[in-house]
Write a protein that binds this ligand. Structure first.
Ligand SMILES: [Zn+2]
Length: 91
């Protein structure tokens, strides 16, 4: 299949919507497309990339609440930061 046959994530380029139906394509263009581009311009972001792009830096309060004690390893520190970001958290 040609690249054109799918709507792809603008970030990771993964194919996530089959574009066999031009009516669906048109409604996606209308909702999300670049109105100034010549054609077939829909740019969507897959859920994985969306979550990554929406990640924000921790606030000072969130940093103050990170559960990491002096003497723990760098690995523990990295896991504590991930946990503060809502990533992983098991352990
Ligand atoms: Zn993506």
């Amino acid at each position: 299949m040609a690249y054109r046959d799918y709507i792809c994530c603008r970030d990771c380029k993964s194919k996530f919507i089959y574009d066999g139906d031009n009516n669906i394509r048109r409604s996606l263009e209308f909702a999300y497309g670049n109105k100034n581009a010549p054609n077939w311009t829909v740019e969507l972001v897959c859920p994985n990339c969306l979550a990554r792009l929406e990640r924000k830096p921790l606030t000072d309060d969130q940093i103050a609440q990170i559960d990491w004690k002096d003497g723990e390893t760098l690995h523990d520190f990295a896991r504590a930061i991930e946990k503060a970001h809502g990533i992983g958290g098991e352990e």
